[in-house]
Design a binder for this molecule. Structure first.
Ligand code: ATP
Ligand code: MG
Length: 429
C-alpha cells in the first residue's frame, strides 16, 4: 500500500464503530469535572519549545528523548505538546487568570505527542484527560484532585486500579535527599546508563524513574525520600492521607514514585493497573508548587494529574466493562420513487427535529436493499412509502422487533405521533 494510506507509526485511528467508547468515557470525565467545579481549558497543540524545556524539565525523558520538535519556516523552534500541564500554565499566566480569583480549576481532553517506542499502551500520539488546580497549598486540594480521578474510575466501574502515593518533598528538604542519592549512585557509576550518568549531578532523583532494567535494579536500594522530608512536607503528606481516608479512597504509600516530569513537589501519585502489562500507570500526577514561578509567574502552589485514555480503555476492556452503545436509528423510511423519496426526506427531517435519529435512502437503492440496510443499522422502526401511501397520506410504521404495525398520517402530526410510539414501545435489546 502506498504511503498515503498508511498511518504514522505509533498513531491510532478511532473508527466510527469504536468512537462511542471514547465519547462515553469523555462524557463521564467532563461530567465529573463539572461536579468538582472544573472548567475546560483548550490550548494549542504546539508551543514554543522553551516552554516544555522549562516547564517539563531539561533532565526528563520527555524533554531529552521524546519531543516532536521542529523549526517553523519563520525559524522558530516549536514542539507538539508532550503533555498538557505546561501549556495550561502558560495560558493561566498569559491571560492573568490569577486576577479572577483562586483557586483556578481547569481540565483538558487533548492529544499528546511523544517520540517513544510504540507498544501496547505506549503510543506516539495518545490522549489525556487532565486537571489543573492553581493557587492552593492545602492538602485538601490534593485529596480533592485525587477524589476526582477516583470518582471517574468508580463511575466507569473500574475495579482493578490501585492508588499509590508518595511525597517527594520541596526545595527545602530535597537537596539533602539529592545528596544522599548522589553518594549512593556514585558507587554505581560504571553500571548506570548514559542518560542517568548525566542526571547524577543535575537531578539524581530522575534516576529513580529510569526504565532501564539495570538502573531500576540499582535504584531499588537507593535512599527513600520519605526518610528525608522536612516537617512541613511530612505534615502535608499526613494530612493528604487523612483526607483520603475520610473520602474512603484506599491507597498504598510507594516511596519509589517520583514521576517522570521535573515540576513535582510534595504529593505525587499514580493509579496503577496490574492487568494491562508493563504500561500499567493509567493516571499520574501530583503537586507542582514551583511550576508557575519557574515559568516566570508569581509563586502559585498548584497541582493536577493526567490520565491516558488509551490505557484507561485497555483496563476497561480487560475487565470486560461494557460501554453502552449509542442509540440506534429510531426510524428508517424507505421511499419508492421520486415523490415518495421527497416525502421520506421531509418526514425524517421532522423526526430528527424531535431529537430522534432517523434515516432514509441516500444511495438510490431498491426496496429490498433499503430494508436490508435498515436491518443492518438496527433501526427500531421502519416505514415504506410508495404511491399508495402518498395517495392516502398514511403509512404503516413497523416495530422491527415485534413486527407490530401502526398506521400514522403523513402530515404535520407525524413526528409527534411517532415520538409517542417510540416512548411506548418495548425493544428486545
Ligand atoms: P510512563 O511512565 O508510562 O512513560 P509517564 O510518567 O511518562 O508514563 P505522564 O507524563 O505522567 O506519563 O502522563 C500521564 C499519563 O498519560 C500516563 O499515566 C499514561 O496513562 C499516559 N501516557 C503517557 N505516555 C503515554 C504514551 N506514550 N502512550 C499512551 N499513554 C501515555
Ligand atoms: Mg513516559
Amino acid at each position: 500500500m502506498g504511503v498515503i494510506v498508511k498511518k504514522i507509526k505509533g498513531t491510532e485511528d478511532v473508527l466510527p464503530k469504536q468512537s462511542y467508547k471514547w465519547q462515553f468515557i469523555e462524557a463521564v470525565m467532563r461530567d465529573e469535572a463539572k461536579n468538582f467545579g472544573f472548567k475546560e481549558i483548550r490550548t494549542p497543540v504546539f508551543e514554543h519549545t522553551e516552554l516544555f524545556q522549562r516547564g517539563v524539565g531539561d533532565t526528563t525523558d520527555v524533554v531529552q528523548k521524546e519531543m516532536y520538535t521542529f523549526d517553523t519556516k519563520g525559524k522558530e523552534s516549536v514542539t507538539l505538546r508532550p503533555e498538557g500541564t505546561a501549556g495550561a500554565a502558560r495560558a493561566v499566566l498569559e491571560h492573568s487568570l490569577t486576577n479572577e480569583g483562586l483557586p483556578i480549576k481547569a481540565y483538558y481532553l487533548t492529544s499528546c505527542y511523544r517520540y517513544e517506542k510504540p507498544q501496547a499502551g505506549r503510543l506516539r500520539e495518545f490522549h489525556q484527560f487532565g486537571i489543573e488546580e492553581y493557587g492552593t497549598s492545602s492538602p485538601l486540594a490534593d485529596a480533592e484532585v485525587i477524589s476526582l480521578a477516583d470518582s471517574i474510575f468508580k463511575r466507569l466501574q473500574i475495579e482493578n486500579l490501585h492508588l499509590e502515593i508518595n511525597s517527594i518533598g520541596c526545595p527545602e528538604c530535597r537537596p539533602v535527599f539529592h545528596n544522599a542519592l548522589k553518594s549512593y549512585f556514585a558507587d554505581y557509576k560504571d553500571e548506570l546508563c548514559e542518560t542517568c550518568l548525566t542526571r547524577l549531578d543535575k537531578n539524581p532523583m530522575r534516576i529513580l524513574d529510569c526504565k532501564s532494567p539495570v538502573c531500576s535494579k540499582i535504584a531499588e536500594g537507593a535512599p527513600k525520600i520519605t526518610d528525608y522530608l522536612c516537617e512541613e512536607c511530612e505534615n502535608h503528606f499526613a494530612k493528604v492521607r487523612e483526607y483520603l481516608e475520610i473520602a474512603g479512597i484506599g491507597y498504598t504509600v510507594n516511596p519509589t514514585i517520583v514521576r517522570g516530569l521535573d515540576y513535582y513537589t510534595k504529593t505525587v501519585f499514580e493509579f496503577v493497573s496490574d492487568a494491562i502489562g508493563s504500561q500499567g500507570t493509567v493516571c499520574g500526577g501530583g503537586r507542582y508548587d514551583g511550576l508557575i514561578e519557574e515559568l516566570g509567574g508569581q509563586k502559585l502552589p498548584s497541582l493536577g494529574y493526567a490520565m491516558g485514555l488509551e490505557r484507561l480503555l485497555m483496563v476497561m476492556e480487560n475487565q470486560g466493562i461494557e460501554i453502552p452503545e449509542p442509540e440506534p436509528c429510531a426510524l428508517y423510511i424507505a421511499g419508492l420513487g421520486d415523490n415518495a423519496q421527497s416525502k421520506a426526506f421531509e418526514l425524517i427531517g421532522a423526526v430528527r427535529n424531535t431529537g430522534l435519529p432517523a434515516e432514509t435512502d441516500v444511495v438510490g437503492r431498491g426496496l429490498r436493499a433499503q430494508m436490508k440496510y435498515a436491518d443492518k443499522i438496527g433501526a427500531r422502526f421502519s416505514m415504506v412509502i410508495g404511491d399508495n401511501e402518498l395517495l392516502e397520506n398514511k403509512a404503516n410504521v413497523k416495530n422491527m422487533t415485534t413486527g407490530e404495525q401502526t398506521e400514522l398520517s403523513l402530515d404535520e402530526s407525524f413526528a409527534e405521533k411517532f415520538s409517542a410510539l417510540v416512548l411506548e414501545a418495548k425493544f428486545s435489546k
